[in-house]
Design a protein around this ligand. Structure first.
Ligand code: ZN
Length: 114
């Protein structure tokens, strides 16, 4: 931690900020709370903390999971198609591994989206 950052943090405390137990998700510096805002003195910006156990904002979660799932379903279809035309056993093994990996990932997404 640079001297400059320490100075900034000391300055925050002087201004009545309180030191939080959380750290900045971007730089790992301790975070400060001023009034109702959480602030990172190193990034010099406001930080929005998603507390553990708190639901991820619906928009983010829905978008991420559905995007990933649809990409994976496309890949799954492609891979299944390639299996139909594949006669090389080692290549088949490889394709099957891909399918198992995709199914595993989809299963995980299902778990976090419900
Ligand atoms: Zn930061």
């Amino acid at each position: 931690m640079s001297e400059d950052n320490i100075k900034k943090m000391a300055d925050m405390l002087r201004r009545g900020a309180s030191l939080l137990s959380q750290s900045c998700p971007q730089c790992g510096s301790p975070l400060f709370k001023i009034k109702d805002e959480i602030y990172c003195p190193t990034c010099e910006k406001k930080v929005v903390i998603v507390k553990e156990g708190e639901p991820i904002p619906q928009k983010v979660e829905g978008l991420m999971v559905s995007d990933l799932s649809s990409v994976l379903y496309d890949k799954l279809r492609e891979t299944v198609e390639s299996i139909k035309n594949e006669s090389d056993p080692s290549r088949l093994q490889e394709l099957l591994r891909v399918i198992v990996g995709i199914l595993d990932a989809l299963e995980r997404f299902r778990r976090i989206s419900h």
